[in-house]
Every structure is written in C-alpha cells, then in structure tokens.
Design a protein around this ligand. Structure first.
Ligand code: AMP
Length: 632
C-alpha cells in the first residue's frame, strides 16, 4: 500500500500519469487522447478525445458479471414499498424511461429537469438521461414553485419528469400543483411533462403536455435503447446551488471526468467493493445523492439503497434495520440526521447486527464532537469519517482515505486534502499562502480542479470565473468560500463560510434568496437574514424585518400573525426548507455608513456573541434593539 502522502504528491506532481491510471477504472468507447487540457485556465478539460457514457459505466458494463446482483434497492417507509432491482432489471427500466424520453424528442444535449420524490423512477430518470447524453437537472423536491421556476428558466428543459406527490411522515406532499405553478411562472415552457402517478394526490393532466409514465412504459417493455457515446467533456448534468447573489448557479459537470472521479473514490475513499451495498441517506436533489446514491455505488458495481422516509419512522432503528437486512458495507449520512437519531433510544443501535458495516461517512456540515462520539460509541468504534466537499466539486475535497492508507480521524476535522486537490490556505486580504500550522485562511484549490469538479456555471462562463476564481487578491485560485485552519499533521478544520451562505441541516441556502422572498411580502420594507447556531440543525435562518406599515404591529399576537404570513410566503416560493425559524420585526437594521447591511454583527448578537468592531456602523441603536429583542 502506497503512503497517502506519496499518493497525494503523485496526483499533483505527476498529474496526468496519476489520472491516466484512474481512468482505467471505467469503460471508454474511445480512449482519451489527452488526460488534462489546461491551456485555457481556469477551464479544465479532462480525458479529452475520450468517449464514454455514464449510464454504460453505472449499469450496462456490469451485466456480464453481475446481471442478477442487486443494483437498486428501493425502500419507502412512507408507502410501505420495498423492491430490489437487479442490474438486469435496472437496465430494462432505464431503457424504458429512455425510450419514453426519445419518443418525446429528447436527444443528446437536451436538458431534462427532474422534480421527483425519492422513488426508483427518479433513479431511472437520471440514468436514462445519461444514457441518451441528455443533461439532467434534478431539483430537490423540497423546493417550491418560485425556486423551481428559476431553475426551469435557466436550464430550459425540453421535458420535465415529475410525480403527483412525495410523502413525509405518512402524509402526501403534492408536487404537481407546485410544478404547474412553476411552469406558469417560468418564461421557458417544457414541451412535455412525464408524470409518475403514485396515486397519492389526484391531479388533472395538462392536455397535450403531460404524459402518463405507466402508459408510456407499457409500450416499451422490450425496447432497446443503446447508450449514446459522448465526448468526455460533454455535460452530464447541472445542479443548482446557492451563493451570495439571489440567483442560483447551475453547476455543470462533465461526463468522463465525473465517471473517473467517482470510480476512483469507491476504492480509495469509501473502500466499497463490487457486490457490496452502499446506503447513502441523502436525497437525489443534492450533490451527495447524485454521487453516492446513484452514480458512485453503481459505477463501483455495488447495490445502492434509495430510501424514502424519515430516519425515525416507524422508529429510530429503521436505518440500522436496513443495514442488517441488506448487509450494508458503506453508509453515508449527514450530522443532522445523526443528531436526530441521538435523541432516540440508544438501544435501537445495539438491537441490529451491524457487522457488515465498515464505516459511516458524514458530510454536508460541521460534525460536532458530541455527535461524533455518540455515533462512534454506538457503532462500537467503527470508523466515523467526516468528509468535506461541495456541490461544485462533486466528490470529497477533504477526508481520510482509508483505501489508500489507514489513518486515524481527529474529532472536528474532515481530514486531509484528498488526492487530486491542490489545496492552499490563503490570506483573504493579501492572497498570500499560509503554510504554518493553525493559521486561519480561506480554503482554496489551485487549478486545474481535479476530474469530476464543475466545468463551469451553466450558460455563464464569466460568472464561473468571477464567482470562484477572482475572489482572492493577486491569485487565480478556486475559492471554496470556507474559512479553515490546518494543524501540524495536515488535518483541516472548517470554520464556516466567508460569504452569505448558511447551512441548515446540511442544506445550503443563500440568505439573499430568502431575503428576496421575504421582501416580496407586501408589508415588508427591508429584511436581513442570518444563520444562527442551532443544536439540532447546525444553523437555522433567522430574519429581522422592517414592516412598511407598523400600525398593524400592535401587540405580540399581531406580530406573530405577520410572522406566520411571511413564513408562508417563503414556504410557497422557496419551500419549507428555506423557512426562517423566526421573523423578528424591528424598526431599523444595522448598517455601515455607506449603507451596507451588517449581517455578521446581526448574526453575532443573535448568537449572543460580541459583534466585534463596529466603527463603521451608522446607527448603533439598530443593533442594540436586536440585542434587546434577543434577550427578551
Ligand atoms: P453543498 O454545496 O450543499 O454540499 O454545501 C457545501 C458547504 O457545506 C461547504 O462549503 C461547507 O461550508 C459545508 N460543508 C460540507 N461538508 C462539510 C464538513 N464535513 N464539515 C464542515 N462543513 C461542511
């Protein structure tokens, strides 16, 4: 076994040879001619000249060896369904979905938007797009019509695939009315909508536009749809994520680089073996779901569990019962979910045979020590591997790579820089690299970004450069927008975002998006949204708003009424996922003399901390008002 340090050094210093080796983990129709073309920084092209297909690598290529092995295990504790699809079954279902898309005119390069709950058809949909070389854009089911509309407009899909409803805690959550509303709001109209009817919420199809999945599928039981071989650099998907500005960014991923990156991550990071089982509890609407519910495990020849439901229903042992039943080897979740489980009876962990489990990976938000300790003890010391990454990168930047070299974890640290990532901590004021131990800086990555990372922002190369590469003075490096320190052993510790992004239960939200939504309420003049530390969710959004007409705010009950109304606006536009925990009405917001909102100061006082240097503040009474309100 190579030492991890050597492995990492080789990936940077002998980059092309290193990645040429990893590229052997996937099937190519035409082998790459050039490993990395970085002649036009910061745009990196990986495996240039190569032709491949993501669906082929995830499904078809396993048929020879493991056609009858489980590929997709769909479990819904919402609808009490449980079904295992072998690679042969999955191959057939994906072709049926691909045939429907083809009938509707979808060809290579077309966009297909997927707005679906966690059901097997969502996986078929993603893989069917990849099969055709169509570019999918999955929108998280928790987003409401306004969020969905901005994504429809930006991705301009030919077809949307959706369902009548999701389900949460046993209650149907209709999707179709939100989708119809979003299409109405969007300037772009899809030609067709494929509707998976789960019979959870009655709906009226739009004539000429909506097609019924079950009826169309029945026409294609044996239709063969070959994989479309695409250039390595052909976009496989876009996935929208939040940043500082209100408009979400369509993170665009390639095909070849992404396939290789995921294929390599299976042995090196996750120690996942063909024939094993992977259980990632995320949602397909997030990057972790793309990479480690759908593509990564399947590319690695593993079965993957797609779970619809809560972690505590029917009880807090449900996930562990699945680990036992399906002999899960690798599990991937988020700290928030573990904090939820921590409130349950600890005996639920020891009730099941978890001997198959090798490790639990956690990502998406900081992993606090009590949670890490609790789950580590509960799993009898099995490795708990905190790993750090972003929608943009598609796979981890920081982690322990036990498949390369076994290494201990340190509480509070997601480990070291992973192979392929030339991570640098830099001073945000000077751009100078910080090489000493325990110096705080912005975590940046020197280009080229490794395979699997974003190619650009969909339709906006300029924004890609200005957003990520032009933020540090005197240096063109990719900014993660996270503060971090590195200790003397090379372990990183993430200290929080440098921008206006907050992380609620592992969900990344732009405070500006929430502010824009709240401002659309007719009685809101101005608002500041900040992330406030929360024991369960890591952070929650808190809004401080100025009402246009204060005459209605006569007492606490009236304030509560307006607060509830504002929350309803956010629910209906962005989705409950973005709903602030409180909307507190104030008469002024703290600003600098030049009129910039002092969000950091608001956040500090909302968390009961010292707001720090306030010399540029215009009206100290505005902040004092917030201090008093928080105290009361
Ligand atoms: P997303 O793009 O939704 O995956 O969110 C990415 C952001 O989540 C990062 O920039 C970090 O701020 C945060 N994040 C992800 N993983 C971790 C982790 N393991 N520890 C601390 N923060 C994390």
């Amino acid at each position: 076994m190579a030492s991890f340090a050597d492995f990492h050094t080789r990936s940077i210093q002998d980059r092309d040879a290193f990645w040429a080796e990893q590229a052997k983990l996937v099937d190519w129709k035409v082998s790459p001619q050039q490993i990395c073309d970085y002649s036009n920084p910061p745009f990196a092209k990986w495996f240039v000249g190569g032709q491949t297909n993501l669906c082929h690598n995830a499904v078809d290529r396993h048929l020879a060896e493991r056609a009858d092995q489980a590929a997709l295990i769909f479990v819904s504790t919402e609808t009490d369904q449980e079904k295992t699809y072998t690679f042969r079954d999955l191959h057939a279902e994906v072709q049926r979905m691909a045939a429907i898309l083809k009938d509707l005119g979808v060809v290579k390069g077309d966009r297909v938007l997927i707005y679906m709950p966690m059901i097997a058809e969502a996986a078929f949909a993603m893989l069917a797009c990849a099969r055709l070389g169509a570019i999918h854009s999955v929108v998280f089911g928790g987003f409401a019509s306004h969020s969905l509309a901005t994504r429809i407009e930006d991705a301009s899909p030919k077809v949307i695939i959706s369902a009548d409803a999701g389900s949460r805690g046993g209650k149907g959550v209709p999707y179709k009315p939100l989708l119809d509303e979003a299409i109405k709001l969007s300037a772009h109209k899809p030609a067709h909508v494929i509707m998976v009817d789960r019979k959870l919420a009655p709906f009226t199809p739009v004539a000429g536009r909506d097609v019924d999945y079950a009826a169309e599928r029945a026409k294609h039981m044996d239709t063969v749809v070959p994989c479309e071989w695409v250039e390595s650099t052909h976009p496989s998907y876009t996935l929208y994520t939040s940043g500082t500005t209100g408009k979400p960014k369509g993170v665009q991923r390639d095909t070849g680089g992404y396939t290789v990156a995921l294929a390599a991550s299976m042995p090196h990071i996750f120690e996942g073996k063909p024939g094993g089982t992977f259980f990632c509890t995320s949602d397909i609407g997030w990057v972790v779901g793309h990479s480690y519910i759908i593509y990564g495990p399947l590319i690695g020849g593993m079965a993957t569990i797609l779970y619809e439901g809560l972690p505590i229903r029917p009880d807090g042992g449900i996930w562990w019962s699945l680990v036992e039943k399906y002999k899960v080897n690798v599990m991937f979740s988020a700290p928030t979910a573990i904090r939820v489980l921590k409130k349950q009876d600890p005996a639920l962990l020891s009730k099941y045979d978890l001997s198959s489990l090798q490790a639990l990976f956690l990502a998406g938000e900081p992993l606090d020590e009590p949670t890490a300790k609790w789950i580590s003890e509960g799993l009898n010391g099995k490795p708990i591997i905190d790993n750090y990454w972003q929608t943009e990168t598609g796979w981890p930047i920081l982690s322990i790579c036990n498949g390369v070299e076994k290494a201990p974890s340190k509480f509070g640290s997601p480990g070291k820089a992973i192979y392929g990532y030339n991570v640098k901590l830099v001073d945000d004021q000077t751009g100078e690299e910080l090489t000493g131990a325990n110096q705080k800086g912005v975590l940046t990555i020197e280009g080229p970004l490794p395979p699997g990372n974003l190619q650009t922002i969909w339709g906006d190369d300029k924004r890609f450069v200005s957003t990520y590469w032009n933020t540090v003075p005197n240096k063109m490096v990719y900014s993660t927008f996270d503060w971090a320190v590195r200790d003397e052993d090379g372990y990183f510790f993430i200290l929080g975002r440098t921008d206006d992004v907050i992380n609620v239960a592992g969900h990344r939200l732009g405070t500006r998006e929430i502010e824009e939504s709240i401002s659309s309420h007719p009685n809101v003049a101005e608002v500041a949204v900040v992330g406030v530390a929360d024991q369960l969710k890591g952070q929650v959004a808190m809004a401080f708003a100025i009402a246009k007409d204060t005459s209605c705010l006569t007492d606490d009950a009236a304030r509560k009424t307006l607060e509830a109304e504002v929350m309803k606006v956010v629910d209906s536009q962005l989705g409950a996922v973005a709903r602030p925990s409180r909307v507190i009405f104030v008469t002024a917001l703290p600003k600098t003399r030049s009129g910039k909102l002092l969000r950091r100061a608001i956040q500090a006082v909302a968390e009961g901390r010292d707001p720090g240097d306030l010399t540029t503040m215009d009206d100290p009474a505005a902040l004092q008002q917030i201090v008093d309100l928080i105290k009361s």
